[in-house]
Design a protein around this ligand. Structure first.
Ligand code: ADP
Ligand code: MG
Length: 480
């Protein structure tokens, strides 16, 4: 590319980046964090973008750096880089620029830790490194998630106390495994990282590993594909404290469960600690091997529930302290009062508020908070469950949910069942197998068939398409 060509193109390049970014983010985040960005120039593969404040820059770096880099590389090739130009407050002279990469963000984004950014086609797992030494294993723990920053309240007391005990004596308490469960955004990941960090501090020679169930599954699948299964198994035998996050994602994955069952037994028998999280109580997990479920019940299951008003205030105060900002007490109370679903949303609301204030150069007062919360509550999206989808579809057709789970082949019921499966596939992360489970134990090919049927019918039957669109709206609106 010639310099002349690229100079012209910075706006177009950024437009393309935005398209990719938009596909990967909730609408609200995109609006808050990407719409205000102005592309400034493109010079020898360095795209410069202007952001409204230092805070804004830090937030991007901490939360979106991976996405940004991927996007830039996709648009500008391997040599592509990004620079920020920050508008400096109280100084209307020249903006200054900061280069990426920086120390922030890259490693801890979304808790998906050690997947190297530049992965190309092969993801290197630690277990394929030959002659692996004990101290080489990266724990994948986020240092921000510690007990000190985990506010205690009624909603987490049991789980937190159990965690503190396990950290003091890994595998030396009755809590093995320790299973932390509760809805999205209630602090499961934070708590198990805190336990892991504490163990590393108190027991320097213990090898701690945090891994999400998705990643565990991928590692296993890759190891089979690359004939590295033995390395995979060996690697896991080294671990003294294994933290497996979101075990509900193992639902319906029989082989992975089987392997995890073996690893679980081996570790447990040799006096190692297991810590698990799940979005629901073990008894409510579907598509799980009974033997594995019974293992989950061996130790202690502790639930995280929605924090009460006082705890929400404490959490907000702590986050403000971390961000180095202050909000008027009435604003804090207003936010805590109105966002009562989960802690992730609570934080999200506060962060949007700060972003707004920083964008508009305006103090955060109750009015601004009221305006913002109205939008936030409207736009934020909750995790959608299959149960919920079934309920909305069945309400729409005025039939009972039991019917879509039954064997009935009546036309209207079949249709409601297929539409529910279609949305379950579209709007949740569940595997086909798990979706089948929710419909009276149907198999994955039935789910595929349902999705195809719905897609086909939407093309040919206008009324049907309207129904599906309407139902889709209801599912999305009501989840706010
Ligand atoms: P989950 O894994 O249950 O979906 P996370 O652990 O990711 O939830 O928590 C969501 C956000 O809420 C994180 O930023 C976390 O730091 C914060 N959080 C959760 N519980 C607490 C708590 N008790 N005190 C302070 N922050 C918390
Ligand atoms: Mg989590």
């Amino acid at each position: 590319m010639t310099t002349q060509g690229t100079e012209k193109n910075h706006a177009a390049i950024w437009q393309n980046c935005l398209k990719l970014i938009q596909d990967n983010l909730p609408a609200q985040s995109f609006k808050t964090w990407f719409e205000p960005i102005v592309p400034v120039k493109l010079e020898s593969n360095v795209l410069t973008i202007q952001v409204p404040s230092q805070f804004f820059y830090e937030w991007l770096e901490e939360h979106y750096v991976t996405l940004l880099r991927k996007t830039i590389k996709q648009e500008l090739g391997k040599e592509g880089r990004l620079e920020y130009s920050i508008i400096v407050e109280n100084n209307n002279s020249k903006p200054y620029t900061i280069n990426l990469p920086t120390a922030h963000g890259q490693k801890y984004e979304n808790n998906e830790v050690n997947i190297p950014f530049n992965v190309g086609t092969t993801i290197k797992n630690p277990f394929v490194i030959p002659g692996i030494k004990k101290y080489n294993i990266e724990s994948n723990l986020n240092p921000i998630y510690v007990f000190d920053s985990f506010i205690e309240g009624e909603s987490n007391r049991l789980a937190r106390t159990a965690g503190v005990n396990v950290a003091a004596k890994p595998a030396g308490t009755a809590f093995n495994p320790l299973m932390i469960f509760g809805g999205v955004g209630l602090g499961k990941t934070h708590l198990v990282h805190a336990i892991g960090n504490q163990i590393k501090q108190l027991h320097k020679n213990k090898i701690v590993l945090y891994v999400s169930s998705d990643k565990f599954t991928n590692q296993f699948v890759d190891s089979m594909r690359n004939e590295k299964f033995n390395d995979f198994m060996n690697f896991y035998q080294y671990i003294d404290v294994l933290i497996l996050d979101d075990v509900q994602f193992l639902s319906g994955r029989e082989k992975t469960q089987e392997i995890f069952f073996q690893i679980f037994n081996a570790l447990h028998q040799s006096g190692k600690q297991l810590i698990l999280t799940s979005d629901r109580a073990p008894k409510d997990l579907k598509g799980m091997d009974e033997r594995l479920l019974s293992r989950f019940k061996w130790g202690l299951s502790a639930e995280l529930t929605t924090p009460d008003f006082e705890t929400r205030i404490e959490i907000l105060k702590q986050k403000m302290y971390q961000e180095g900002v202050q909000l008027p007490q009435e604003v804090v109370e207003f936010v805590a009062h109105n966002i009562n679903t989960n802690i992730r949303e609570l934080e999200g609301a506060m962060i949007s508020l700060l972003a707004q204030a920083s964008l508009n150069r305006r103090q955060i007062d109750l009015d601004l908070a009221k305006q913002m919360i109205k939008n936030f509550v409207k736009n934020s999206s909750r995790e959608i469950s299959i149960d919920y989808i079934q309920k909305v579809v069945c309400d729409y057709y005025k039939i009972s949910v039991e019917l879509v789970k039954s064997k009935t082949r009546k036309r209207e019921i079949v249709q409601a069942r297929q539409i529910s499966m279609f949305f379950a596939k579209d709007l949740t992360k569940s595997s086909l197998k798990t979706i089948g489970m929710f419909f009276g134990g149907r198999d994955h090919s039935t789910v595929i068939h349902a999705c195809q049927t719905v897609n086909d019918l939407m093309e040919t039957d206008k009324q049907f398409k309207n129904d599906v669109v309407e139902i889709g709206k209801k599912i999305k609106i009501n989840t706010v």
